[in-house]
Design a protein around this ligand. Structure first.
Ligand SMILES: C[S@@+](CC[C@H](N)C(=O)[O-])C[C@H]1O[C@@H](n2cnc3c(N)ncnc32)[C@H](O)[C@@H]1O
Length: 466
């Protein structure tokens, strides 16, 4: 018979682990492991210690060994699945959690973990079903009600999410995370005043809550409270000095100068925006640029009435793809936001879609294009020199480039506006086109979309490679 670990050694180590005395816990467990190298409890706790330290690979190795040492210890399997999920192995984690839930259908925490993993891979309906099962077992868990509310929000059921989050707050009225989620749902429902007060409540409870401070900054910015917004973004930078969103928006509110919006900021912004993008931009803000661009291109179509390779830069959810599919032999799209690209993909109009920044895509690309489209995209890139250069390098003879910009009057070249977007001057765009070998085909002023019930003035340009 093998050596049996004394209960007290593991218990002592566990107590140290809970008190974050990781080195001490590890020392105790190291001694026990020498006596019994395959003890599941010791391996399990060592795995959790390494996970806490951020050494995920070592944690996963130890936890896997712990699971093999005793397949019957379901709490070990469940923790192994959690670390797998944190390390990005979400499908493996789901497989293990489903096994555990089958064996222990009465554990709300394990069912909640499974639902969290399902939500992470976008299986929202299934996640919601599991959250409901977990809640049937433990209706008073604010954490699970909060998770259910967030999953309903992801699914676009904002009313359902609102009800859930309000009941989560009834259970736990001092929970900053619930307030933040409530703010996001109110924002999705266009209820900016309740959104702002929910974000305010979240940061009152937890002033170091970066996500909520950024959300509050944006809400105050949209409501015209510049000083309040500056204060919120400064609070973010005090905790996370490199935070892309706060850095960019603070520049927008204070200096008005920058060369581009950070890629991470743009990707996060549009990932969140993706499910409601078309409803909010097209329906509410009367955005019609893709159609206007198509009309402008129709007026200068090549004789054969078709383009060969067409690239939609910053394709978003595919509104331009939809307009141009019929006149493109092969349609490509690239965008920074994975969620926008997912939406575009579901339209089934693109032959190829890529996630990433425009410039790096073009620099690596071997395809040569006959038409480039960029609708409402250059508003996130101030300095367009590299983009124009990369377009010229990947353009076939006579290729067309069509794009919209917000219009900067006066003598400037480009400017970061208080909205966090850029506007470009006519002389800057013209000189960039000229420098890169393009000639003007057409350009016209046009209202782009509404903001605070006023039209934003912009330009649509078409250039041809000489
Ligand atoms: C306002 S949306 C417009 C989407 C689409 N062109 C349309 O007209 O519906 C702007 C899109 O540009 C993307 N974007 C912004 N900067 C980008 C960059 N540097 N590289 C790739 N995509 C970018 C964003 O992720 C977002 O999907």
């Amino acid at each position: 018979m093998g050596y049996t670990i004394t209960e007290s050694a593991v218990q002592r180590a566990f107590k140290c682990f809970q008190e974050k005395k990781l080195a001490k816990a590890e020392k105790i467990l190291g001694r026990e492991l020498k006596k019994a190298p395959n003890d599941p409890d010791v391996l399990h706790l060592l795995g959790l210690i390494n996970s806490e330290r951020g050494d995920t690979l070592k944690a996963l190795r130890l936890l896997k060994q712990a699971v093999s040492a005793d397949e019957g210890k379901l709490h070990i399997k469940s923790n192994y699945a959690t670390v797998l999920r944190q390390a990005g192995y979400v499908e493996e984690s789901i497989g293990i959690l489903k096994e555990v839930v089958r064996a222990r259908p009465d554990s709300p925490q394990i069912i909640n973990n499974l639902a969290n993993a399902l939500r992470l891979v976008g299986k929202l309906e299934e996640a919601i079903e599991y959250y409901r099962r977990a809640l049937a077992l433990l209706p008073t868990s604010a954490e699970i009600v909060n998770n259910l509310g967030s999953a309903l929000k992801d699914l676009g059921d904002y009313k359902g999410a609102l009800t859930c989050l309000n009941s989560a707050l009834n259970i736990d009225p001092n929970n900053a995370d619930i307030y933040n989620n409530l703010g996001v749902v109110c924002r999705c429902l266009n209820d900016s005043s309740h959104a702002t007060s929910a974000f305010q409540a979240a940061v009152r409870i937890d002033p170091g809550f970066v996500l909520a401070q950024n959300n509050l900054g944006c809400a105050l910015m949209a409501g015209g409270d510049r000083d309040g917004a500056i204060n919120a973004f400064k609070n973010v930078l005090a905790v996370e000095p490199d935070n892309a969103e706060a850095t960019h928006l603070l520049k927008a509110l204070t200096q008005g100068s920058s060369d581009r919006a950070p890629d991470q900021y743009v990707a996060d912004l549009f990932d969140e925006y993706a499910p409601t993008f078309e409803d909010s931009l097209v329906q509410k803000l009367e955005y019609k640029t893709p159609g206007k661009i198509r009309e402008a291109v129709d007026a200068v179509m090549p004789q054969e009435g078709m383009f060969g390779n067409v690239l939609d830069l910053g394709c978003g959810t595919g509104l331009c793809g939809f307009e141009f599919k019929g006149i493109s032999k092969k349609l490509f799209g690239v965008d920074l936001s994975p969620k926008m690209v997912e939406e575009a993909s579901s339209k089934e109009v693109y032959d190829e879609l890529h996630v990433g920044p425009i410039e790096s895509y073009l620099e690596k690309c071997r395809v040569r294009f006959d038409l480039f489209i960029a609708a409402d995209v250059f508003v996130y890139i101030g300095k367009l020199d590299q983009v124009f250069k990369a377009i010229a390098m990947t353009a076939n003879d006579d290729a067309l480039v069509v794009f919209s910009t917000e219009l900067l009057g006066g003598a400037g070249i480009y400017k970061l506006l208080k909205t966090g977007r850029f506007a470009h001057s006519l002389p800057y765009v013209n000189s960039l086109a000229e420098e890169n070998g393009f000639e003007a085909v057409s350009k016209f002023k046009t209202p782009l979309r509404k903001e605070n019930n006023k039209w934003i003035e912009g330009m649509i340009y078409i250039f041809r490679l000489k």
